[in-house]
Ligand binder design. Structure first.
Ligand SMILES: [Zn+2]
Length: 303
């Protein structure tokens, strides 16, 4: 088996990794994303893939995680919060930038789900639902370690469903880049958490610092965290009702909030149709590296 090369094309960073077929990492390079400049991004993705290959000293197969998905019929990018990708034939353009070499390309949250399903927190679980609680809310489903898509490449687009069981203050909800209002992402991304705190306190504070305030007993931080928790639980309860995955894996900045793992399972169970909720809710084992590892795993041989 040849070496595996993964590229995680994120909204703020583009990272490339050369990895052996057993998951051992050889070399990794990370650069700031030339945000807003599509051509520069394509060029950087290709250059970083070739750079890790050159440093590893042997040829590899290239997998790429993108912040969006491709129309399965036309190949045109859709659902990208890095909006400068929208409307482009991303895979075709990257292949051209690589001189015609084949690539496999998947949504970044699908890469997280695969990475965690193959040798991460979801190893041994058949159906893994992975959520990115970062700048946005991406989600991916891995079944037997493979990303699950559907005919529209939209499986896991949980972040752009409306927040379930809204109260009167949550309708219609904040506008979302996707054109709708009150998407799950507008409430339960890290950005949504910070915005909620800012709306009520008038202070713009980073999510990690809000949690420090919460731990020190700050009342506003406590109220905002409790509401965040409830909104996230509402969103995930619908996933449990629909898919009932074997495990929920959390990634992205908010996944570093330890309290979530204590509080979420019971809260989700409050909202599910089933009176029992046994599903583990765990942090991504590979953390921020799961995106790039999942991209590399796209060429993993099927067994
Ligand atoms: Zn949306």
């Amino acid at each position: 088996m040849t070496m595996l090369i993964g590229v995680d094309w994120g909204g703020t960073k583009i990272e490339a990794l050369a990895m052996r077929a057993d998951g051992t990492e050889i070399v990794r390079i990370r650069e700031n994303t030339p945000a807003g400049d599509y051509e520069a991004c394509v060029k950087m993705v290709a250059e970083l893939a070739l750079a890790v290959e050159a440093r590893a000293g042997e040829p590899g197969m290239i997998g790429i995680g993108i912040p969006g998905s491709l129309d399965p019929r036309t190949g045109v990018a859709k659902g990208c919060n890095s909006t400068w990708l929208l409307g482009h034939h991303v895979e075709q353009d990257v292949v051209a930038a690589l001189g015609g070499r084949p690539v496999r390309m998947e949504n970044d949250a699908d890469c997280l789900a695969s990475s965690e399903a193959i040798d991460g927190a979801g190893a041994g679980k058949r159906v893994v639902f992975a959520v990115i609680l970062g700048t946005g809310n991406g989600a991916g489903i891995a079944i037997d370690g493979r990303p699950h898509h559907g005919p529209n490449n939209s499986a896991g687009e949980w972040g752009h469903s409306p927040l379930p069981y809204p109260d009167l203050t949550e309708i219609p909800g904040p506008p979302c880049y996707c054109g709708k209002h009150g998407c799950q992402e507008t409430w339960t991304s890290g950005t949504g958490f910070q915005n909620d705190f800012a709306r009520h306190s008038g202070r713009h504070v980073r999510a990690a610092d809000i949690m420090e305030l919460y731990r020190s007993g700050d009342r506003m931080a406590r109220l905002i965290y409790q509401r965040y928790l409830d909104r996230l639980a509402r969103g995930l309860s619908v996933v449990a009702n629909t898919l009932d995955p074997d495990i929920f894996v959390l990634g992205g900045g908010m996944s570093n909030v330890d309290e979530l793992y204590h509080h979420l399972p019971e809260k989700i169970g409050d909202h599910t149709f089933s009176p029992v909720f046994y599903t583990p809710v765990v942090r991504a084992k590979h953390g921020d590296s799961s995106g790039v590892r999942g991209a590399a795993w796209l060429w993993k041989e099927r067994h």
